[in-house]
Design a protein around this ligand. Structure first.
Ligand SMILES: CNc1ccc(C(=O)O)c(C(=O)O)c1
Length: 448
């Protein structure tokens, strides 16, 4: 019989990784119990007496969001951190006008085409501060039948000394917030400083808009990932890992250039393949992005494709990408039909896919805007968007690798090894018409 776990029990049972997928309407209950949690459960009154919170995100449905808070917390101060694009902001202002307890904080977006993509919660309880870093917009569609990733910190107690984590989490989080350069975040900067982060075992990998150079060049984007892997992957005899496959999985793709060598392999893969010493050959890079068939047969049907905004104009410039692409398949989590909005990057130890070297869950899609592109002879990293994610490294869990198939195994979101696109498979493209086969609801897709 399936015992329904309380939100607190779910978090206790997720130790030490504290990494969840969102619950999915329409799958067997036990696949929504283990390492799976809903927004209401994240905000449950069970975790303690909430005094105030902050929600960083891209899309907001304020009515939906307030509904997810327990009724006794709906009037607590709530800071909404969003992209400052004028029009969206208007609708957000309108949405928030009935709620004096909600404050709007527009994030500066000085570089064109940047987005405030970061999805993060600060939850301040009487007992301490909880950080949640995830991949879901604050709209009902994102939490109903998709695959989203969520990391939930312990409730960090108040402290009268700094108490940093062994992963530099507090400093990296404060460096990230500093980049907003707004007084509206001062309360949270002060609050973060006053809490004890020593129980946190993940690293922050974030992006902020700017041209990062000099001492700041490794602070954000794919160079932060490169630096963190170099500094913390303390593997013996690296050679055995030189050809260990690397996987990228995401819900949108940017313009990557005329061939793989333009940015994907020369720059991005160089960061992903970093070991604690330099490795010289190029491991296989496998990319997971939904096929048209994945979308058509998903629980949502073609509508799921509205959240996979890979457009024709970009796709037609990079047909070379198809050779890297693999299907979305998550049978072991009963989520092959729960369209992925999660973004993850991982490296296995070898082509047997039995163990992980590291795992990253993040808001960052496969794009230069999110990860950054080197400019001026590799002296500056230009990033357009705000992104944030958490990196799991075995050493921080007193392990040498993360096992995938035993009792303490890491809860990966999809099936490994990934399944390559067949000749008939096409990547989902949001602005194409799909009329020759109805989706799981009997509908067609005609974006025009
Ligand atoms: C241009 N705006 C977006 C593009 C992609 C995504 C995604 O996550 O795939 C999101 C989002 O859902 O935050 C926004």
């Amino acid at each position: 019989v399936n015992k329904r776990l309380t939100p607190v029990e779910k978090i206790e049972q997720s130790e030490p990784y504290r990494f969840f997928l969102s619950t999915v309407h329409g799958i067997q209950d036990n696949y929504n119990q283990t390492n799976a949690i809903s927004l209401k459960e994240i905000l449950s009154v069970e975790h303690g007496q909430l005094t105030r919170s902050a929600q960083f995100n891209y899309m907001f449905d304020i009515e939906f969001l307030l509904e997810q808070y327990p009724s006794e917390f709906r009037l607590k101060p709530l800071l909404i951190v969003h992209g400052d694009s004028r029009d969206d902001n208007h609708s957000l202002k309108t949405q928030c006008s009935p709620y004096p307890q909600i404050e709007l904080c527009p994030a500066r977006l000085d570089i064109p085409f940047g987005t405030h993509h970061t999805k993060m919660m600060f939850l301040l309880y009487e007992t301490g501060l909880r950080i949640v870093i995830h991949t879901a917009n604050l709209i009902s569609q994102d939490w109903r039948q998709k695959t989203q990733g969520i990391w939930i910190s312990p409730i960090c107690p108040k402290t009268n000394d700094t108490r940093e984590s062994k992963t530099n989490f507090k400093k990296d989080l404060l460096d990230y917030i500093e980049q907003y350069r707004t007084r509206q975040l001062q309360f949270w900067q002060k609050t973060i400083n006053e809490h004890d982060f020593s129980s946190i075992n993940v690293h922050i990998i974030s992006s902020t808009p700017g041209r990062h150079t000099g001492a700041n060049i490794n602070k954000f984007g794919h160079l932060k990932l490169r630096q963190t892997l170099k500094n913390y992957l303390n593997l013996e005899n690296n050679e055995q890992y030189y050809s260990a496959p690397i996987i990228g999985q995401f819900s949108s793709i940017g313009s990557l250039g005329p061939n793989a060598n333009s940015w994907l392999t020369k720059e991005f893969l160089t960061s992903l393949k970093q070991l604690n010493t330099n490795s010289f050959d190029s491991p296989e890079l496998k990319l997971i992005y939904p096929t048209v068939e994945n979308v058509r047969t998903s629980f949502e049907g073609y509508i799921a494709g509205g959240s996979l905004p890979y457009n024709m104009q970009t796709a037609m410039k990079q047909t070379w990408l198809i050779n890297y692409l693999h299907r979305w398949k998550a049978d072991h989590r009963q989520r092959s039909r729960a369209s992925p909005h999660i973004k993850t990057y991982l490296r296995v130890t070898n082509d047997q896919y039995k163990n992980l070297l590291w795992f990253l869950v993040t808001s960052a899609n496969l794009s230069k805007a999110a990860w950054g592109v080197l400019e001026k002879n590799n002296t500056q990293l230009m990033i357009r968007s705000y992104e944030i994610g958490v990196l799991f490294i075995p050493k921080q869990f007193s392990q040498t690798i993360f096992p995938l198939f035993d009792s303490s195994s890491f809860p990966i979101p999809y099936d490994l090894p990934p399944v390559k696109y067949e000749s008939t498979d096409k990547p989902w493209i949001v602005d194409m018409t799909y009329k020759n086969q109805p989706d799981s609801h009997g509908n067609m897709w005609d974006p025009h």
